[in-house]
Write a protein that binds this ligand. Structure first.
Ligand SMILES: *[C@@H]1O[C@H](CO)[C@@H](O)[C@H](O)[C@H]1NC(C)=O
Ligand SMILES: *[C@@H]1O[C@H](CO)[C@@H](O)[C@H](O)[C@H]1NC(C)=O
Ligand SMILES: *[C@@H]1O[C@H](CO)[C@@H](O)[C@H](O)[C@H]1NC(C)=O
Ligand SMILES: *[C@@H]1O[C@H](CO)[C@@H](O)[C@H](O)[C@H]1NC(C)=O
Ligand SMILES: *[C@@H]1O[C@H](CO)[C@@H](O)[C@H](O)[C@H]1NC(C)=O
Length: 499
């Protein structure tokens, strides 16, 4: 009869001890300065051009308006003309007619959203290219070839001319990326693409930077957008040095082998070392599934590349894990998802019932924030569907503002707190805390106690939450108790606390 009396109190004692040591600590130590959170305008713009104008306008507002998602970077895809590309919506028009001759009425589908991004005041407008015009590639196509070395000056001039054109229209393109996944020729021709060999890349970056400068533009180059972290590590020593580094705003890379947060940190350090201090940017990722299908329900499970349409909170938080790895583990200043909008809804036919839009199916892809019906032309279904990724990304676009400095945080990696991820951001231009993003990636409810170290946590102004049942909704603001905030989180949820 004695033991049952002792054990509950011992258990309570241990539980209170665990809560007090397992908490997130926000320090006053400052790390990198955020310069953009974005997504790309390839290739949905071509389908959306055929939608009712009101839906297209709504889509523009949903992505770009500061009162909605408010992306701080929009990646406009400058088309190569789609020569040889077999997927019609992945064959964007190009303004290029011949060297120095342009028709800027081309690609109205894509330039609509470029202009909308400027109108909404999106801080960064990135122009990225999958393939140079076909007169500049080895096979005369927009896919399957290699950039011709002797055509690099003409290609750089074309880029500068396009940026100058938009500049004169009041559309200030802040960054250009002249090669997207240059490690791949895209010989399957399902999309545009061209190889740029590692030995061509420094020349392409330096020549483009010089052409932009000569045109009086402040536009900066990013590169090289290699597909995978490990490939970047093996190729970068060939093309990246301090001369190239000062010509780059960011050493851009993709993440398609889903390197761990720690492996990304090593890559980021290599980029800093080789470039003489230019930080790495994570500029494209999508299309993730749990590497172990038995862990499909856990956003914290290791990821791999593969098809699945998961619009649920799991698919949303899996994207958040990638952001925590980039901004947190690798201390990168910039993170972009792949396409803002996708039609890869797999076996879901929303025209015969919309409930499948919010359910996972194995035939689609996790490559969009917002989705639409690929068969809209025949079904007439032109509604937009916001996946959880849209709402989850909003936690970052509203906290990781351009100019926000990231603070060092610490979190136990054992116990239930191993299920949490935390990032803290200062107000741009100030030393005060702007927001904390905290995610419970665990499949059970959990409480996180957040404390300041070396400074006192200010009183929070508001808190928003996204979970299985909530989309970025304002919840009751927790009170500050003895300088700590307790977040009582349901399973699979993400919070932003604003100060
Ligand atoms: C420029 O492109 C537009 C849109 O495709 C087309 O209507 C027009 O004829 C082109 N202009 C010239 C001079 O080719
Ligand atoms: C970096 O590489 C470029 C292109 O090969 C070269 O022109 C430049 O001199 C190199 N800079 C340094 C510091 O090695
Ligand atoms: C980067 O340089 C630092 C300082 O020289 C060195 O300690 C570190 O090992 C280097 N890291 C990489 C990944 O090259
Ligand atoms: C925009 O689209 C969203 C998502 O489909 C919808 O909820 C909203 O009502 C639309 N707004 C307008 C103004 O059409
Ligand atoms: C604050 O700490 C004091 C002393 O440890 C304790 O008595 C009090 O209950 C705490 N208050 C809150 C709100 O946690």
């Amino acid at each position: 009869m004695l033991l049952p009396l002792i054990w509950p109190s011992l258990h309570a004692f241990l539980a209170s001890f665990l809560v007090s040591v397992e908490c997130a600590t926000i320090t006053g130590t400052t790390l990198q300065t955020i310069d953009g959170i974005g997504a790309s305008g390839a290739w949905w713009v071509n389908d959306i051009a055929n939608f009712p104008a009101s839906v297209r306008q709504n889509l523009s507002d949903l992505l770009l308006s500061p009162s909605k998602l408010g992306l701080s970077n929009y990646r406009y895809n400058l088309g190569g003309g789609g020569v040889g590309v077999t997927t019609p919506d992945r064959a964007p028009e190009t303004p290029y007619v011949s060297d120095g001759v342009y028709n800027f009425s081309k690609d109205a589908a894509g330039t609509f959203f470029l202009q909308e991004a400027a109108r909404h005041g999106v801080a960064q407008l990135t122009l990225f290219v999958n393939s140079a015009p076909s007169t500049m590639t080895s096979n005369g196509q927009s896919c399957g070839g290699t950039l011709i070395t002797s055509r690099i000056p003409a290609y750089a001039q074309y880029i500068a001319d396009v940026v100058s054109h938009w500049d004169a229209q009041g559309v200030k393109i802040t960054h250009v990326s002249t090669m997207n996944e240059p490690d791949n020729t895209f010989g399957g021709c399902g999309q545009e693409g061209m190889e740029v060999t590692p030995s061509q890349r420094a020349q392409l970056i330096l020549t483009t930077a010089k052409a932009l400068n000569a045109a009086g533009l402040s536009t900066m180059v990013i590169g090289d957008e290699t597909s995978q972290v490990s490939l970047f590590e093996s190729e970068a020593p060939t093309w990246l040095n301090t001369t190239v580094g000062v010509s780059l705003a960011g050493v851009a890379h993709h993440q398609y082998a889903f390197a761990s947060g720690q492996a990304q940190r090593t890559m980021a350090q290599l980029a800093l070392n080789l470039s003489g201090g230019t930080p790495s940017w994570s500029t494209e990722i999508c299309c993730f599934v749990a590497a172990d299908s038995g862990q499909a329900g856990s956003p914290l499970a290791a990821m791999t590349y593969g098809g699945t349409y998961d619009p649920t909170i799991v698919g949303g938080l899996r994207m958040a894990v990638l952001i925590f790895q980039s901004l947190g583990d690798a201390q990168e200043p910039h993170w972009d998802f792949w396409t803002a909008v996708s039609n890869a809804i797999g076996s879901c036919d929303p025209s015969s019932g919309t409930s499948c839009l919010s359910k996972t199916n194995a035939d689609g892809w996790n490559d969009g924030l917002i989705y639409y019906d690929p068969n809209f032309a025949t079904t007439g279904f032109t509604s937009l569907f916001l996946s959880k990724r849209y709402h989850v990304l909003k936690h970052f676009t509203k906290s990781a503002l351009v100019g926000s400095v990231v603070r060092r945080t610490s979190l136990a990696t054992t116990g239930t707190e191993a299920n949490w991820r935390v990032l803290a951001f200062n107000t741009p231009g100030a030393r005060t805390l702007h927001a904390i993003v905290a995610m419970n990636g665990g499949t059970t409810a959990s409480t996180l106690t957040i404390t300041g170290s070396g400074f006192t946590l200010p009183v929070p102004k508001s808190v928003v939450r996204t979970s299985a049942s909530e989309d970025y909704v304002t919840i009751t603001t927790p009170t500050l108790g003895n300088g700590s905030l307790a977040i009582n989180a349901p399973a699979l949820s993400i919070y932003t606390i604003f100060f």
